[in-house]
Design a protein around this ligand. Structure first.
Ligand SMILES: NC(=O)c1ccc[n+]([C@@H]2O[C@H](COP(=O)([O-])OP(=O)(O)OC[C@H]3O[C@@H](n4cnc5c(N)ncnc54)[C@H](O)[C@@H]3O)[C@@H](O)[C@H]2O)c1
Length: 271
């Protein structure tokens, strides 16, 4: 829902908003006029992001893998801003292990699953519960005059984007748990989108390829042989910027694509 095209101000929530793709998305949401709650495990980094925003923001501490913490994040957001229109469920970790499955440590499997998969599931569970309490937004009739009436007459309650990865469309040897969570996010996205399409809640995913963030820096530092191939392996000759991913996220959240739900958008420089 574009802030300019609706009957009320839009509120966006970004998890993993203290760094990388999440920070760039929060900045872009604010540029577009959204009010933004920036949630991260690392509260100081969330506060740094809020300092970059053009609209009033709110920093919230959250562990997305913890149910009580996720519920508190949404409650705090709604207490401050009155509603929740868009959510970008983006917090994720790569894990600290790199190994084939026979040697992959079980505690790292649990950790990656907890943040990347259960975290997205928990966030959607409580975001949607909040969105269902909200009245439907009727989009700007002038914008949609003569267009299919999905948006104009049914209205929308909210829009969610989840961060998958190109790893969720292919292989990532020696990072099987990470790869599995990113495939799972696409399954969750498609299923939940179908569950709530009639309720006016859209759910989509983005699948970025390697993106120039602190996560990429960690890969390079820990496993230079794995990372070294990436720039040259893209037809574009480089990896993505977080701003390029953020642009796709805010577009998917916006009123520009009211009939897009259950989709995943690959952002991979032609690969
Ligand atoms: N960078 C890439 O190459 C790339 C490519 C494809 C997908 N992704 C995905 O994009 C998302 C963002 O990654 P990034 O590259 O910006 O990484 P990043 O490490 O720069 O940022 C991730 C943020 O998530 C936060 N976080 C981690 N665990 C959390 C938890 N349990 N609760 C709340 N916050 C938590 C971190 O504190 C950090 O601020 C991740 O889901 C990642 O898997 C990244």
């Amino acid at each position: 829902m574009a802030a300019g095209g609706t009957t009320r101000k839009c509120v966006a929530l970004v998890t993993g908003g203290g760094s990388g793709i999440g920070r760039a998305a929060a900045v872009r949401f604010a540029e577009l006029g959204y009010t933004c709650a920036v949630a991260d495990r690392d509260l100081p980094s969330a506060r740094q992001t809020v300092d970059l925003l053009k609209t009033p923001g709110l920093a919230v501490q959250v562990d997305v893998g913890n149910s009580a913490s996720v519920q508190a994040m949404i409650q705090t957001t709604v207490e401050h801003f009155g509603q929740l229109d868009c959510a970008f469920n983006n917090a994720g970790i790569e894990g600290t292990a790199r190994a084939k499955i026979a040697d992959y440590p079980e505690d790292q499997f649990d950790s990656v699953i907890n943040v990347n998969l259960k975290g997205v599931w928990l966030c959607m569970k409580y975001e949607i519960a909040q969105m269902l309490k909200q009245e439907r937004i009727v989009s700007d009739p002038k914008k949609w005059a003569g267009k299919p009436d999905l948006c104009r007459f049914q209205g929308q309650r909210g829009s969610i984007v989840n961060t998958s990865s190109t790893a969720g469309l292919g292989l990532m040897p020696e990072f099987a748990p990470y790869c599995a969570t990113k495939w799972a996010i696409i399954g969750l996205t498609k299923t939940v989108a179908a569950e709530y399409a009639k309720e006016g809640i859209r759910v989509n995913a983005v699948c970025p390829a390697t993106t120039d963030t602190p996560m990429r820096d960690r890969f390079e530092a820990q496993w230079p042989d794995w990372q070294a191939k990436t720039d040259a392996s893209y037809p574009a000759g480089r990896v993505a910027t977080p701003e390029e991913v953020a642009e796709a996220v805010t577009w998917l959240c916006s009123d520009a694509c009211p009939f897009a739900t259950g989709e995943y958008l690959k952002i991979a420089g032609g690969r």
